[in-house]
Design a protein around this ligand. Structure first.
Ligand SMILES: Nc1ncnc2c1ncn2[C@@H]1O[C@H](COP(=O)(O)OP(=O)(O)OP(=O)(O)O)[C@@H](O)[C@H]1O
Length: 210
């Protein structure tokens, strides 16, 4: 899965893995010791957070790639996008960025020896800015809430814009964009519609959205 903070990746991951009877791999937010510190002081914890995510992601990918159709709730490719934005915002230095990229390269070389080199299908949840804000609010993780003072709204806007371009440029394999505003996948009919699109793509066919 791919998509902005609060786009609904966790819900989709659970549903897709349930449908395909495979294993879901989640980003364990509650167990992340750096995430809330990062939100408090991105300049101090930006680099450490990216190394944390890179390490966790690499581990999940190694485990997930040995079976068919396992579902990961976020891709390693998006971590690089978060990192780039944190460099642009001055939270991560150029030197740290070069280090990150070298490490990422090294890891990608390792992955290229695995049975699969990239996801069978990259599913991108395309959610409007209002939609993700409302999800972030509903979910209620305190450190993610934007206030007038903390600059998070600007960060989210910046990420939201960058995500669209990122997905357009993603070219490591088959990809599918789902209009997350349009579907409520807790509703059976919506879910059937979405899952039909996923299956079509997994079978290597083109998706027609009515
Ligand atoms: N590489 C990264 N760099 C910085 N922050 C990250 C990174 N990956 C994830 N995060 C942060 O981790 C938290 C969890 O990510 P996210 O909200 O996308 O996952 P989620 O809650 O499972 O997603 P969804 O709401 O789509 O199910 C968010 O606060 C997000 O900003």
């Amino acid at each position: 899965m791919a998509g902005m903070i609060g786009a609904g990746k966790t819900t989709y991951t659970t549903k897709i893995a349930g449908e395909l009877q495979t294993e879901p791999f989640y980003e364990a937010v509650d167990e992340n010791p750096i995430l809330n510190k990062y939100y408090e002081d991105p300049g101090k914890y930006g680099f450490a957070l990216q190394i944390y995510f890179l390490n966790k992601r690499f581990k999940s990918i190694k485990e997930a790639f040995f079976d068919q159709n396992n579902v990961l709730d976020r891709s390693i490719y998006e971590d690089a996008l978060f990192t780039k934005i944190n460099v642009e915002n001055g939270n991560i230095s150029e030197e740290e960025y070069q280090l990150y990229l070298e490490l990422l390269n090294n890891m990608m070389e390792e992955l290229s020896t695995l049975p699969k080199k990239a996801p069978d299908l990259m599913i991108y949840l395309d959610a409007s800015f209002d939609h993700i804000l409302s999800n972030i609010q509903k979910r209620g993780r305190s450190f993610e809430q934007p206030t007038k003072e903390n600059g998070l709204l600007d960060y989210y806007k910046q990420l939201h814009t960058a995500y669209g371009d990122w997905f357009e440029q993603y070219n490591h394999g088959p990809k599918l964009k789902i209009d997350a505003d349009r579907y409520d996948v807790t509703q059976k009919a919506d879910w059937q519609d979405v899952f039909a699109q996923i299956q079509t793509k997994l079978n290597g066919e083109e998706v027609m959205v009515g």
